[in-house]
Every structure is written in C-alpha cells, then in structure tokens.
Design a protein around this ligand. Sequence first.
Ligand code: NAD
Length: 325
Amino acid sequence: MPNRALGADVRVTEYRRLGRTDLEVSVLGFGTSPLGNVFGTIDPAEGRRAVHFAIERGINFFDVSPYYGLTLAESRLGEALIGNRDKIVLATKCGRYGPDRFDFSEKRVAASIDESLTRLGTDYVDLLQAHDVEFGDVQQIIDETIPAMRRIQEQGKARYIGITGYSLRTLVRIAEAVPVDTILSYCRYNLMVTDMDEILVPVVEKHRIGLVNAAPLHMGVLTEQGAPEWHPAPAEIREAGKKVAKLCRDRGSSVSELALRFCLDHPQASATLVGMATCHQVEANLRLLQAITDSELLNEVRILLSPVINRTWPSGRPENQDGTR
Ligand code: NAD
C-alpha cells in the first residue's frame, strides 16, 4: 500500500553498477542492522513499513547479516520481502554470528547460506559477503572461505560474492590475493574519516571491484541520538559527534543530513548504506538525494572535527589491525 502520509515525490533516480557485476544498486542503500534492534528496540511493524516504503520509492539495495540481532534482522527482512523479493538486490553475509563468534570454515559457510535463505524466504541472494574479515585468519579466508563462497555461487544460491570489514589493509590484502566481486567498507569514509580513499579506492578501481560505503553516520555518532553503548569509538570521537550535532542544530540544520549528504557525493562508491528502521528516516534520507551540501556549514564542521579526523579504533585480530592514530 502506498504510504500517503509521507511526501509524494522523493524517490531514487540514480542507480550504479556494482563493479563488474550486473547488479544495479540505488545510490542510497538500506542497511538493516536496525531491524535487528542493534541501535535500540524498534517497532517491527514500522520496520516492515519502512522496507515497503523504501522499495516503493526506488531503494533497491538491502544489506543484512545473520549477526544483526542474532538472526532477527534476517527474519524481519524476510517477512517484509514476501511479494517483494524480485524488486531488490539482496545482500547478506556469513562468518560472523555474534560479538565474538566467528567461523569462516567451509562447513559453516555452506550451512550459513542455507539458514539465511530460509530466514529470508528466498532461494538465492544477489550478494554473499564474508562478514568482518579482520576477525578471521586471513589465509583461511583466502584459501577456504572465498573458494567455498564461489561454490555457493556455482550452486546458484548467491549471484556474487564479496568481503566486508573495518580494517582497510585486511580488505586490500584479501582482494589482492583472490578475486572478489564487491567490498563493503564501513566507518572509513564519512565526515569523521576519509582514509578509505587512500587505501581502498585505488585497489577497487584497479580490479573493478564494486565498492559499498557503509555507516555514513559513523554508526550513530553523527546523529542527534548519538552513538549506542556498544560503539567501539573512543570517548573523544563520541564527544566530537555531540559537538557537531549541536553546531548543526544551532545553524538550523541536522548532523545526520549533513553527514549522509557528504557520503552520497562519493564518486567511486556504488551505494551508501545507511541503517534505517522507520518510514520517517527513509523519507528524510531520500530527500537528501535532491539536497545540496551546505559548504559553509561543512567547513565549520571540518574545523571542529580536525582534532579527531581520521582517528580509528582497533578491530579484529592483532595481526590484522590497521594501526590506530
Ligand atoms: P549508520 O552510520 O548508517 O547509522 C545508523 C543509525 O543512524 C541508526 O541509529 C539509525 O536509526 C540512524 N539514522 C538513520 N537515518 C537517520 C536520520 N535521517 N536521522 C537520524 N538518525 C538516522 O550505521 P549502520 O546502520 O551500522 O550502517 C549502515 C548499514 O551498513 C548497516 O545497517 C549494515 O547493513 C551495513 N554495515 C555493515 C558492516 C559490516 O559488514 N561489517 C558494518 C557496518 C555497517
């Protein structure tokens, strides 16, 4: 049902090809971790409406994982996709099953896709990604996980395969060692950090790998609500987020709008994935597709953020970390 309470004319008009694949994704993608209550308990009916509203307005790229809400996000997305599966590009993941539960073995990955397909109510995903690769043994991911994912692709259960993670150097190391179709990088290109451009972009361009930029709001740091409890960023990053939120508010603007608009301008990312769980958020974020960045405010924000710009946090096994600043 069309949602008549919301604005009638905001919709996606731009779709980009994901690397060498034949997948055409909306520049604004729907991150579904909030559907798994990752950012706080949501109203599941509203989450379902948000998915339907997004599809109605041309958002066709949905990213999920068995990890989000420990399978809850996949189950909720699966319910919302009844009758809608063929309208979207569906991405899920394998290898991460809890905050400290990782298993990148062939056996687990083969079982994982079948479990995901059941929860998602479909017989294939468009993209299967190894989730948070810096928490795995990189050699195992190269020698065992990726080949196992290629077999899943041959079986028709996934159309393409990719990797995701925070550690840019680990993503690069894997992509240089074994062909992957896509890379999802998160919290490495937004108002707070841009090192994805130096470290990852040259590699995806060289191999024509599809690039997805996730977490434009720095996983909640760049929102009015602020970062959730579990957020790995050190205190000074959270504090800087609060200051930016106040500055934007004082200027009659909104931090999440400025932050998402900034990411939507990225030339190499096929899609920017933002986590959403309400129709209001979907509509607010769609509106930004037609908005122009307030460059004066952006400059002020950059100055305010300069003490923490490109500051990162440790993630993954010690040998896989990028080194923090
Ligand atoms: P995000 O930066 O997109 O921020 C999400 C938060 O912003 C949520 O609390 C959401 O409610 C809020 N939000 C969204 N739109 C808003 C608006 N208009 N106004 C105010 N608040 C708004 O962080 P994320 O959700 O972690 O990242 C996006 C998606 O990318 C995830 O849902 C997931 O699908 C994917 N992702 C993948 C990985 C990985 O594979 N390792 C890591 C991070 C994110």
